[in-house]
Design a protein. Structure first.
Length: 420
């Protein structure tokens, strides 16, 4: 009976070691390195070969558990006579012993180890180091035999690539109170960067500053000074026919030219991209072509708007303003439950303001990318002023609209039970 208790204790310690060693936090590992004790050095050494360590633990644990089963069977046979009661013998020898091993040798020690990982790791460092030497040949056979399976598993599903969902989960696990809000926002932007489409962040056609090719040089200079942009699309007849991009710096050497100066010769070729192009692909093209602006076209070949390198970078680092940018009031926060947005505000910007992932909106938004477009998608018409549209626990109130578009919207966050 004493031998049985010793084996159960060994099973508990070895099982707990598995959880303890592999749940050590970065802070725990740093503490081990700073301590420089013999036990802490052993823990660090064991963790350098995690697969060998795991194989050693599993071999030792299985040997102890098998010994417990064999010993318990012998004890039962010596203490009881199960002749003609094979079912009772099975229940006691298998089910009861298995239950004891699970509770005493597996579940309880692992729960304890998850809370006292560092302490148990230090306590078990010497026994595991000795077991590693004893079981070395067998553990190496296990490690090598599972290497091919490990490679296949890594390559399956995503071809060895990490998905955005996996990165999101990793971000949730690794960011703690020591991570600043700016760092969290940048990391989140990087994760979502590859799945964001051009149309979600472009400047829509209605807000693009562009000039007709027939504008006079004097008027052109006046408009450039008024608007303060460094790159301006030039079109013929309508914005659907963009001829090129005018770089304001190209005009610097021609400031004193007469009004009949042919400034059109300074136009640079325009780059055209589709609405559904991913931002990471476009950024790569901008880098390769040394380009800073592209005209966005829809499926019919019409111009939807423009996108600049600044728009792309802002998706990661947040708003970038220079001395020529005006501080536009994109939204007003009345209180924690009420906000006022311009209708043209992008949904992706609304998500940032509300600090939500926007998953519910993305499922039903269709082709819309602005708050006004989302409301049109829900109502299937242009709402009247003061008309209310409810979605989940969000209520949209149209504060300003005309026959063509929604201009201003009040967003109210309702209690969940009211929004159902």
């Amino acid at each position: 009976m004493v031998a049985m208790l010793i084996l159960l204790l060994l099973s508990a310690l070895i099982s707990g070691s598995e959880v303890a060693f592999f749940s050590l936090s970065p802070q725990d590992k740093q503490q081990l390195e700073e301590e420089q004790s013999s036990s802490s050095k052993l823990v660090i050494e064991l963790l350098k070969r995690p697969k060998t360590l795991l194989a050693t633990i599993l071999i030792g644990n299985n040997l102890v558990n098998v010994s417990i089963i064999i010993l318990s069977s012998l004890i039962m046979e010596l203490m009881f006579d199960f002749a003609g009661r094979e079912v009772l013998a099975f229940v006691i020898q298998v089910m009861v012993v298995t239950l004891i091993i699970l509770i005493v040798g597996e579940i309880s020690p692992k729960v304890y180890a998850s809370k006292q990982a560092l302490r148990l790791s230090l306590f078990m460092s010497r026994p595991l180091a000795a077991m590693r030497k004893v079981f070395w040949p067998l553990s190496q056979i296990l490690v090598k035999s599972t290497r091919r399976i490990d490679q296949k598993a890594r390559e399956s599903d995503t071809g060895g690539l990490i998905t955005a969902d996996e990165l999101n989960r990793a971000l949730e696990l690794t960011t703690d109170h020591t991570t600043g809000e700016d760092e969290k926002r940048i990391l989140s932007g990087i994760v979502k960067f590859g799945s964001t489409e051009v149309r979600q962040v472009m400047t829509p056609r209605i807000d693009v500053i562009s000039f007709n090719v027939n504008i006079t040089y004097k008027e052109l200079n006046k408009k450039i000074i008024e608007n303060g942009y460094s790159r301006i699309p030039i079109f013929e007849e309508s914005f659907d026919n963009v001829l090129g991009i005018l770089y304001v710096k190209d005009l610097l050497s021609h400031l004193n030219e007469a009004d009949d100066f042919n400034w059109r010769t300074l136009l640079r070729p325009a780059t055209f991209v589709t609405e559904n192009k991913k931002l990471d692909d476009l950024l790569r093209e901008f880098q390769d072509d040394k380009n800073h602006m592209a005209v966005v076209v829809d499926e019919y070949g019409g111009s939807s708007g423009v996108i600049s390198l600044e728009d792309i970078i802002e998706e990661i680092v947040g708003e970038i303003s220079d001395e020529f940018d005006e501080d536009e009031l994109v939204y007003t926060k009345i209180d924690d439950q009420n906000y006022v947005f311009e209708g043209k505000t992008a949904l992706i910007d609304m998500y940032r303001v509300l600090d939500i992932d926007g998953e519910d909106f993305e499922k039903v938004k269709g082709d819309s990318d602005s708050i006004a477009g989302f409301i049109l998608e829900l109502s299937e018409k242009i709402p009247q002023k003061n008309e209310r549209i409810r979605f989940k626990h969000y209520q949209f109130t149209v504060e300003a609209a005309d026959k063509r578009r929604i201009k201003r919207i009040k967003l109210t966050i309702l209690p969940n039970e009211e929004g159902k």
